[in-house]
Design a protein around this ligand. Structure first.
Ligand code: NOJ
Length: 757
């Protein structure tokens, strides 16, 4: 990992040097980059701008590689501030030349793209990256994405998505870091830093966009774009912290979300866009709408027409509009009528220009057209992608068959995801090419093809395939092999934006495939490649081992092959709870307690006596058919070795709010191979002025241990990190008693106690 980071730094420096040498000379004034200097350049430019030019800056269009001639006049008139979906360095330079040389004020255009989990080298989808519990690899993945994308002239990406995702039906969770506010916060911040570095004017830096502000993940029923009903307290305790963390990490931009919360669409929500983002958090970047989310406020029934939509967006605090043109068309009239003030417009333009200056676009608007060749799919990038995919894999079950050893002389490779070059890349792949994807089938042949007989019989051609004719062939292949490797899951189109599911079982005839294979009598290793948690209780029960991979990207195959044969040891942990049934949703670990929590001895449906008395089952909070537990809890994941936690000690049992609690413990590798454990620290605030979650993740650490090795580990937890928005809507630590766990997942460990005075 360290070596990769070093090589990344080297590539980055090499590319920077290249850009500096060829730096453009067209600009009359070179910035010293200080904030004061940038503010004075913003004001000076603003004072020269006409209203049309100002509205131009607030206008983002999508070109998708369309005719430059058609955009020419608008760009030359200064009526476009940002273009979405240009990816070719030559075209980007041509477009930029029109803006810089032909427009009256020469304001460069900000080129943007959805670079979400890699540009050409595709990394695991963000939910998979979250499973690594490794901010360093997530940082490096974002750095690789930025180096590749900026080599073509893209300087702004719409990522990270730091929405809290607690519903596996919601296809968009693929782009999230999962259900937990703390994990999402640190992963989002690492991603922002990876894209932007500490210096946005570095030519390999790409402006980040924290999205979708806010509450999008709480869409009712897990159906995309749907309404949310999040109270202000939930917003502040659960949905806002990850955005605050992105803002604190320096995210240059924010994007409004599609949902209406309690009746107010985010694009028209002054409370979140101004009161919270600007006044409380002092955010000084700019806010862009989501795609046409300004004009969609008409569909919401929140705006009468596009005039109303433009006015409400700007008054709420939006600075730039993505593609729906209500600003350029309607704001001149709104200013005339006094519905929007020049001050509103000037503030929006200031925010946009500030970021363009910080990006160094005025001093260095062009990209070197030969950079891409070096940057795209660089060896170090592929290596980083493989490392991330390796750490992202989660071992859900293992009866000892994994890792495969030399006794395994033949394997049957079956299932539709064994050789799915396109589908293993996952959602949000506009630019990655499937020809570069290495599948498990290819990688396994490469790794062990010289000593293991590989019988490939997919059984089904794609994940939704209902044609069962091939299953018998897969079964016959299984009969001939020592071990069966079944690659099942979801095609990439089944998750991502607008790709929600009401049924999250394995699709098509995959359940039948696993069932048939499990009856062959050979050890069945099920490898799942999916965009979301799935309801796989049956398949887990029928398999000897289950290795779960959220769409792992370009290098998923080699990562999986290494894990199966023990060249790497699984260390991923679940960033989302896996339900047994869809009917358990919402199910997440950090829920509040009911007045009637389970006691653990509840009687489930098959054991209820005939004509049992109405209250004989205990009147507790659980499902008669599903109980109260998930299939797998948040934070869960096995290794090829085992770990033992001991001597968990607190620096004090009684602390004040400005002290720091130190939690130390010993972690021992009690197995026979080296492995990495993600140690997790959870806290429960036992009594609050409002009810508090039964557990909250507060810290985690990846600890690598050789067999028999023990390490002393320490977490530092400032008591101020226990603050929450209380009954008076104040952010405070309430004195009282707390429980604390250190464990390998959110359901394990024994509590220790401390109190805060
Ligand atoms: C809509 C999506 O919600 C958003 O995340 C994305 O960045 C924009 N489209 C731009 O493609």
């Amino acid at each position: 990992m360290k070596n990769n980071m070093k090589s990344l730094a080297k590539i980055s420096m090499a590319l920077c040097g290249f850009v500096a040498l060829s730096a453009c000379t067209h600009q009359e004034q070179i910035s010293d980059g200080s904030n004061a200097d940038i503010e004075s350049r913003v004001e000076s430019l603003l004072s020269k701008m006409t209203l049309e030019e100002k509205l131009g800056q607030m206008n983002q269009i999508s070109s998708f590689g369309g005719s430059i001639d058609e955009m020419h006049d608008l760009i030359a008139k200064g009526e476009i501030g940002s273009i979405l979906n240009e990816v070719d360095a030559k075209r980007i330079n041509q477009i930029q030349k029109i803006a810089v040389e032909e427009s009256r004020l020469g304001i460069p255009i900000l080129m943007s793209r959805d670079v979400i989990h890699g540009f050409k080298t595709i990394f695991p989808i963000p939910i998979g990256q979250a499973a690594t519990f490794d901010t360093a690899v997530v940082y490096s993945g974002a750095r690789v994405a930025a180096i590749e994308a900026t080599s073509t002239g893209i300087r702004w990406t719409f990522s990270p998505m730091v929405d809290i995702a607690r519903d596996p039906r919601w296809g968009r969770l693929a782009e999230s870091y999962g259900e937990d506010p703390y994990l999402t916060s640190v992963m989002g911040a690492a991603t922002v830093k990876g894209y932007q570095t500490d210096n946005l004017s570095d030519p390999t830096a790409m402006a980040a966009c924290a999205k979708h502000f806010v509450g999008y993940g709480a869409a009712e029923g897990g159906r995309d774009y749907n309404s949310t009903y999040i109270t202000e307290r939930q917003l502040r305790n659960i949905y806002l912290p990850s955005f605050k963390a992105s803002s604190d990490a320096g995210a240059a931009t924010f994007m409004t979300s599609f949902n209406d919360n309690d009746g107010v669409p985010s694009t028209g929500n002054k409370f979140v866009l101004k009161d919270v983002l600007r006044d409380e958090w002092k955010f000084d970047g700019f806010v862009v709408t989501d795609w046409a989310s300004a004009s969609e406020m008409i569909n919401h029934g929140f705006c009468a027409d596009s005039y109303d939509a433009a006015v409400k967006s700007v008054k709420a605090g939006v600075d730039m509009e993505m593609v729906s043109y209500t600003f350029v068309k309607q704001l001149p009239e709104a200013i005339k009528r006094g519905d929007v003030s020049m001050n509103d417009i000037d503030n929006a333009v200031r925010n946009i220009l500030r970021i363009k200056f910080r990006l160094g676009l005025f001093d260095n608007p062009y990209t070197n057209e030969s950079l891409a060749e070096k940057a795209l799919y660089a060896d170090q990038h592929l290596q980083m992608a493989k490392e991330t995919a390796t750490e992202a894999a989660i071992l859900l079950k293992n009866n000892g068959i994994l890792p495969l050893n030399d006794k395994v002389k033949s394997v049957a490779i079956v299932g539709p995801m064994a050789n799915a070059q396109h589908d293993q890349m996952g959602t949000w792949v506009f630019d990655g090419e499937k020809e570069h994807t290495v599948t498990p089938l290819t990688a396994i042949k490469e790794l062990v093809g010289n000593k293991v007989n590989i019988i490939y019989e997919p059984g089904l051609t794609y994940s939704r395939d209902n044609n069962k004719a091939g299953i018998i062939k897969a079964v016959n292949a299984a009969r001939k092999a020592d071990v069966v490797l079944a690659f099942v899951g979801e095609e990439s189109i089944l998750s991502g934006e607008a790709h929600c599911l009401a049924n999250i079982d394995l699709q098509g005839a995959q359940k039948e495939l696993i069932d048939a294979l499990s009856k062959v009598g050979k050890p069945l290793v099920t490898v799942i490649i999916s965009g979301r948690p799935l309801t796989i209780a049956d398949e887990v029960q029928k398999s000897a081992a289950v290795l779960f991979n959220f769409h792992p990207g370009t290098m998923g195959g080699p990562a999986i092959a290494d894990l199966l044969w023990g060249n790497a040891v699984p260390s991923g942990k679940l960033p989302m709870t896996f339900p047994k049934y869809v009917g358990q949703i919402p199910i997440y670990y950090a829920h509040n307690n009911t007045g009637r929590p389970v006691e653990g001895n509840e009687v489930l449906i098959d054991d209820i006596p005939l004509e049992a008395g109405q209250t004989s089952l205990g009147c507790r909070s659980f499902y008669l058919d599903a109980g109260w537990e998930p299939l797998f809890p948040f934070g869960y994941g096995l290794s090829y070795t085992t770990f033992e936690y001991s001597d968990i000690t607190l620096s004090s049992n009684s602390l004040t709010t400005n002290e720091t609690l130190k939690v130390s413990f010993k972690l021992k590798n009690t197995g026979s191979v080296e492995g990495t454990e993600v140690a997790q620290l959870y806290v429960r605030d036992k009594v609050g002025s409002v009810t508090r979650p039964i557990k909250e993740l507060k810290r985690f650490a990846r600890v690598t241990l050789k067999p028999d090795e023990t390490k002393d580990v320490e977490f530092e937890l400032p008591i101020s990190d226990l603050a929450f928005w209380n009954i008076d809507m104040q952010y405070v630590v309430e004195p009282g008693d707390f429980d604390l766990w250190v464990a390998g997942d959110s359901q394990s460990g024994k509590p220790l106690s401390f109190s805060v005075k």
